[in-house]
Design a protein around this ligand. Structure first.
Ligand SMILES: Nc1ncnc2c1ncn2[C@@H]1O[C@H](COP(=O)(O)OP(=O)(O)OP(=O)(O)O)[C@@H](O)[C@H]1O
Ligand SMILES: [Mg+2]
Length: 229
């Protein structure tokens, strides 16, 4: 099932009078359950692409469909709501709330989704166990390791059962061994729960886990999909 579709997506950033075309017509399809990587040099538009799919920014032209719905015609308010409910984000710098605990960070997105406290507790506890965070669940995230922080960020992304998890260099701030554990965890969640992932990486080892790799260059997807299962 096709869950994400981009048709001739362009993005022009305007800074004062200067315009910069960061995406020059991108076509992309993502099916449910895929584990897809985006690679490409710095400045090629990888983060821009994730932000557009993730409803964080608007396209300049072209169309994006999420589960068949054209998101380019949504009002900003509806776009924000869609993002909060349906999109999981994982960032290179984790972007957690440092004064909150692991448990609270993972629980947080559920407050936007009006989930009852009983269901919240069940879901958060079972995810914490699955992510191997039981022993630090009541620790503030400022007091845990980078790998634990990134696992917490994965929990925060997954707790809302998102359509897709978008990950921008999820292993970029981790040593290679911890990074490998994180990508293996993502792959496990992909296989066992069918979570769809789209992730950006520079790391060859991380890239080798992807079933499909797309290369962005100068705002365009350069090669066709290459499957390596
Ligand atoms: N808010 C913005 N305003 C103006 N230009 C921007 C903005 N965000 C990104 N750009 C420009 O758009 C281009 C693509 O940026 P983007 O962040 O998508 O690249 P990237 O592929 O993620 O790079 P990196 O690997 O360094 O993270 C770059 O030339 C960048 O300078
Ligand atoms: Mg980037």
């Amino acid at each position: 099932m096709k869950i994400v579709e981009l048709r001739d997506v362009k993005k022009i950033y305007k800074t004062g009078k200067i315009e910069y075309e960061a995406l020059k017509g991108v076509d992309l399809e993502i099916n449910k359950g895929e584990f897809m990587a985006i690679i490409g040099p710095s400045g090629s538009g990888k983060t821009t692409l994730l932000n557009l799919i993730g409803c964080l920014d608007n396209t300049t032209s072209g169309k994006i469909f999420l589960e068949g719905e054209d998101i380019t015609s949504l009002k900003p308010k509806d776009l924000t709501e869609l993002r909060r409910k349906k999109i999981g984000f994982i960032f290179q710098t984790f972007n957690l709330m440092p004064v909150l605990t692991v448990y609270e960070n993972i629980e947080f997105p559920l407050f936007f989704n009006k989930v009852s406290s009983k269901i919240r507790k069940e879901r958060v506890e079972s995810l914490i166990e699955e992510l191997g965070l039981d022993n630090v669940s009541r620790h503030r995230v400022s007091d845990i390791s980078g790998g634990q922080q990134q696992r917490t960020a994965i929990g925060r992304a997954l707790i809302k059962d998102p359509i897709i998890v978008l990950a921008d260099e999820p292993t970029g701030n981790l040593d290679s061994e911890t990074g490998m554990k994180i990508i293996e965890l993502m792959k496990k969640l992909n296989k066992e729960r069918g979570v769809t992932f789209l992730f950006v990486t520079h790391d060859l080892m991380v890239m080798s886990y992807a079933e499909i790799v797309h290369r962005l260059r100068d705002g365009k997807i350069e090669n066709e999909r290459c499957n390596r299962m």
